[in-house]
Design a protein around this ligand. Structure first.
Ligand code: MG
Length: 260
């Protein structure tokens, strides 16, 4: 990736949104498939679980559904395979089976390049945040253990905060509100009065996550860490795409220069 390409992507975003320039203050990171290499386990467990219940969900397709609720994914497969939605009781059984299997999987490793990138982000004066649909009980502890001194708890958005989840823009809108409350508390209600969406970026690996970031009106950087073609992310409106977190990390200096 050349600097001109990055600048061009930024200029396109600015023209489309009517901003004069970027004013980056905070970077909102998705967690699964971005900070942790956890999607392989999810995809495997979804595939095996569906097979157990006589349904077919190929592993690659699980990546397309990343970010959806368990019930949402189960119903899409059920409609396709059987022509009707699953009952509540079926959903509960299937999702329980999948969760149990996931908990047996080895704990996902930190995504290569993620910690180095987060340290660079912080050192350049940009506040790193986590915005995830995950609601694992050990989430906070895992984040602090794997990424010491990076994240601040009051700036996190998790499954416990949101009503709709991605691809709804809600989690990212909430992230911006939380940032505003913590960093510009004196200046009235609503981040729009003091902060604009050009003060943020979103970092996502999943098509539905990119959709959420774009719908929130934020400059959205896709990191293609899975098996999907780049177009699965670009077609959702990603402003920029890197092929790994290490790739993004190696280009951070260029990116941040274009986003100030
Ligand atoms: Mg993800």
């Amino acid at each position: 990736m050349e600097k001109e390409q990055i600048q061009q992507a930024v200029n396109l975003y600015l023209a489309e949104k009517g901003y004069e320039r970027m004013a980056l203050e905070a970077a909102m990171f998705d967690m699964d498939g971005v900070l942790f290499d956890s999607m392989k386990n999810h995809a495997y467990c979804w595939h095996e679980t569906m097979k157990h219940f006589g349904l077919d969900l190929p592993e690659w397709e699980a990546y397309m559904h990343e970010g959806r609720t368990g019930a949402g994914t189960i119903n899409i497969v059920s409609m396709r395979e059987r022509g009707h939605e699953a009952t509540e009781e079926e959903i509960e059984r299937i999702y329980h089976y999948k969760s149990e299997m996931f908990n047996q999987c080895p704990k996902a490793e930190r995504m290569p390049g993620a910690y180095e990138l987060l340290q660079k982000v912080k050192a350049s004066g940009v506040v790193p945040m986590v915005v995830t649909g995950s609601g694992q009980k050990t989430l906070l502890e895992r984040l602090h253990r794997n990424f010491p001194n990076i994240f601040c708890e009051e700036l996190m958005v998790t499954a416990f905060d949101v009503k709709y989840g991605k691809p709804n823009p809600e989690p990212y809108l909430m992230g911006m509100e939380k940032y505003k409350k913590a960093h510009h508390p004196q200046k009235g209600e609503g981040f729009r009065d003091v902060l604009s969406k050009n003060s943020f970026i979103v970092v996502e690996n999943a098509p539905l996550g990119v959709q959420a970031g774009v719908a929130a009106g934020v400059f959205t950087i896709a990191v293609n860490t899975g098996p999907l073609p780049d177009d699965a992310l670009l077609s959702q409106g990603a402003n920029l795409l890197f092929h790994s977190m290490q790739d993004f990390c190696d280009h951070w200096e260029m990116v941040v220069e274009c986003l100030r």
